[in-house]
Design a protein around this ligand. Structure first.
Ligand SMILES: Nc1nc2c(ncn2[C@@H]2O[C@H](COP(=O)(O)OP(=O)(O)OP(=O)(O)O)[C@@H](O)[C@H]2O)c(=O)[nH]1
Ligand SMILES: [Mg+2]
Length: 461
């Protein structure tokens, strides 16, 4: 892909703000800005030292009108975001100044940048690889501190380095294979096979370890969809409100208060949750409630995590037992609410029914058990496998798929070694492994995929 034009875009979010930034990248950047920028003493930007913020004004070169008061900076290739010449203009925030200045720049023959085109150029010009470019997007869209930390880590190349490490090991194995193909026509010596097997198994283990982080990674990126279920009136909406720290859902003493599904985003200990409050599950003739119950079941099936609520002040009913049955195969926890009231619930029986699932006693009315609920949610996400401090995590589904394919190819290679198949077979499997890993860093992907990835970026990045 040959890049020869100069592009410009507004880099800041639309709306009222302190400043707005317009970014121009390409070899015409400075020349164009020289046409529209003048310092207080009528000097052009090119007469100032690069990388110094310069105070001045933007003028319409045709009419001579002053457009805005700005600070402009020129950064010379190749040490810039795109590895091209870049000019950034800081003007007043708000819709008008940024739009006026951008229009003026485009009138001078600069092209409006496509979404993500600056970052795409950084990638095409070899400053960052594809995984790093994707990390830029993740940084911008991060919803939690943890998600942001992981993205920053990826941007610095942690994931890429790990993947490149795998690829180098594959290259070494390939070298062994090629030597044996060249030299021993008939029987491949046992030592080579043993060595290949041992190294491949070691590599497979390492790659699997990385793949295992993907579940947690996905949660940190997309949020954990958590649905609260239970029979009517147990305190589901109270839990939603308490965790949100606002009174979002209607809470009354009337069973069947919540009839629709209420969805809210929140952040617990750095984990983004999509918390879903539902209509209490029960047999009902009320047509609205019936639909609500049906919806509850649909959300229940799709949820990553289920919180089952029981009422300590009432005896266990058929409805409770049915719901307990439902959660058996789900990642779930049980909250016994209303422990401030005289107890009627047979806790031993519940312990029997739920087996190893976590049970927390709470009184939402008195604010009891909340800390424990939040900690439990956190533990369920990490499952003792990946700690929050681990910033090297596969968070991107594209990376996960490529890694999975790479592992499968490597496994086929291992099988080929075990079956003592000809070296050519093993070679193909190693090459596939190498290729699939290269998809993560963008080494072995086509133009279509690259275009597709950058299309989802925001304009000006
Ligand atoms: N005593 C006591 N009452 C509680 C507690 N938590 C909730 N309640 C009360 O229980 C009643 C029902 O609470 P909700 O949160 O509306 O229950 P729900 O499960 O959403 O009910 P539906 O929407 O009808 O399914 C309300 O009157 C709450 O104030 C608690 O810990 N102790
Ligand atoms: Mg409710």
């Amino acid at each position: 892909m040959f890049i020869d034009d100069t592009i410009a875009a507004i880099a800041t979010a639309p709306g009222e703000a302190g400043i707005g930034v317009i970014r121009i990248s390409g070899d015409q950047a400075l020349k164009i800005v020289d046409l529209i920028f003048k310092s207080v003493r009528d000097k052009k930007l090119s007469e100032f030292t690069p990388r110094r913020l310069t105070y001045g004004f933007i003028y319409d070169p045709e009419k001579g009108d002053k457009i805005d008061e700005v600070l402009a900076v020129f950064m010379k290739a190749p040490n810039t975001y795109t590895k091209e010449d870049i000019v950034e203009i800081n003007c007043h925030g708000g819709m008008i100044p940024v739009r006026r200045i951008l229009e003026l720049i485009l009138k001078q023959g600069v092209r409006a940048a496509d979404p993500g085109e600056f970052t795409k150029r950084a990638f095409l010009n070899g400053r960052i690889d594809l995984a790093q470019a994707e990390a830029v997007m993740d940084l911008i869209s991060a919803k939690t501190d943890k998600g942001f930390d992981i993205a920053l880590n990826h941007l610095e190349g942690s994931l890429s380095k790990r993947v490149e490490g795998f690829r180098n090991e594959i290259l070494e194995l390939l070298a062994h294979v090629e030597v044996s193909i060249d030299f021993s026509e008939e029987d491949v010596d046992e030592i080579t096979l043993d060595l290949l097997l041992e190294k491949s198994l070691g590599l497979e283990k390492e790659m699997e370890k990385l793949l295992k982080t993907a579940d947690t990674g996905k949660i940190l990126r997309e949020g954990l969809s958590t649905v609260i279920v239970g029979k009517p009136n147990v305190g589901k909406s109270s839990l939603l409100n308490t965790l949100l720290r606002e009174s979002r859902a209607i809470v009354t003493e009337i069973p069947g208060t919540t009839r629709d599904v209420i969805e809210e985003q929140l952040n617990i200990k750095g984990i983004p949750l999509k918390l879903i409050d539902t209509a209490g599950i029960r047999e009902t003739d009320d047509i609205v409630e019936k639909i609500g119950v049906q919806k509850t079941k649909e959300f229940f099936n799709r949820a990553d995590l289920v919180i089952l609520m029981l009422d300590a002040s009432r005896e266990l009913t058929e409805e409770d037992i049915e719901i307990i049955d439902l959660i058996q195969n789900k990642k779930s926890m049980v909250i016994i609410n209303k422990t401030d009231l005289p107890g009627q619930l047979d806790i031993d029986k519940i312990t029997d029914l739920i087996g190893t699932k976590r049970m927390i006693k709470a009184s939402l009315l008195e604010g009891q058990g909340l800390e424990e609920i939040e900690t439990c949610l956190e533990e369920m996400v990490y499952q003792g496998q990946v700690r929050a401090k681990d910033h090297l995590m596969v968070t991107n589904i594209r990376h996960k798929n490529a890694l999975e394919r790479a592992i499968n190819s490597l496994r086929e290679g291992i099988q080929a070694i075990n079956q003592k198949l000809p070296m050519d077979f093993i070679e193909v499997d190693y090459k596939n492994t190498w290729d699939y890993l290269g998809e993560i860093t963008g080494d072995t992907v086509g133009e279509d995929l690259i275009d597709h990835i950058f299309k989802n970026f925001c304009i000006g990045k």
